[in-house]
Design a protein around this ligand. Structure first.
Ligand SMILES: Nc1ncnc2c1ncn2[C@@H]1O[C@H](COP(=O)(O)OP(=O)(O)OP(=O)(O)O)[C@@H](O)[C@H]1O
Length: 227
């Protein structure tokens, strides 16, 4: 049977505050993402969306509960194995893209392929250029990413997230800084990628109009899934 890309089983997260107390931020989160799904994660500020995204992105560990990626229980993996799994399975698109400022757009897309020995090979430049074409930026691939418009930068970030052909893309407010037209066009691109290549996408957003165009909306309120 095909395992879901992601399955969360009773995920809880508490942060230590001072020496003796802790704040519980996530409570018994159960969530399954099937291959090819495009899910919108919504919820008020402080409800725990970023905390959940960090756990799903294997950047942080839950306090309790289990996170399965393609059937693999990540609680059983050490940090090196988690890093490898993250690199090969998950792409990230954030509001703040952390581009390397001295690099062109296509060089930023190339970076993840260059640093992973298992991917490095003669075709990676071709792949990076194909990704730039895929996101509609072939003509400006050699411009500095830092000098581009917001919508273009977000397209570069999407191309970079797709470089390792991830099963799952996590996008945190990917259209948050954009005007309505750019936001729609960046969302359209993500929708196309999702439909064409079957990449599973989880997008945190405050934009209800865009969320409605996803396959499913999940609301997080006070660290619990409510809908
Ligand atoms: N490292 C930390 N230590 C202690 N408390 C934290 C830490 N990180 C987050 N929190 C708390 O956890 C709660 C959830 O925060 P989180 O950033 O996950 O919410 P969010 O839904 O992503 O909010 P926003 O939409 O504003 O980004 C908040 O009350 C926050 O103050």
């Amino acid at each position: 049977m095909d395992d879901p890309v992601l399955r969360l089983d009773k995920i809880c997260k508490a942060y230590n505050v001072g020496l003796s107390s802790e704040t519980k931020v996530l409570h018994d989160i159960d969530l399954t993402l099937k291959r090819g799904e495009f899910l919108a994660l919504m919820g008020p500020s402080g409800s725990g969306k970023s905390t959940l995204l960090n756990i799903i992105g294997l950047l942080d560990r839950p306090t309790s509960g289990h996170l399965f990626i393609k059937g693999q229980d990540t609680a059983l993996l050490n940090d090196a194995a988690l890093t490898r799994l993250r690199g090969h399975t998950i792409g990230f698109v954030f509001q703040d893209h952390h581009f390397i400022s001295a690099f062109t757009a296509v060089e930023n897309v190339l970076m993840p392929l260059l640093v992973d020995r298992e991917f490095a090979g003669p075709d990676i430049v071709k792949k990076a250029n194909a990704l730039m074409a895929r996101v509609g930026l072939a003509k400006v691939a050699d411009n500095r990413a830092m000098n581009m418009f917001g919508g273009q930068q977000q397209r570069v970030a999407i191309a970079r997230a797709l470089a390792m052909s991830p099963d799952l893309v996590l996008a945190e407010e990917p259209t948050g800084n954009l005007n309505t037209q750019s936001a729609n066009s960046v969302f359209d691109l993500m929708r196309e990628v999702n439909r064409e290549s079957g990449t599973t996408i989880l997008m945190v957003t405050h934009n209800l109009e865009l969320a409605k165009r996803c396959d499913r909306i999940v609301d997080v309120v006070d660290g619990r899934i409510t809908a």
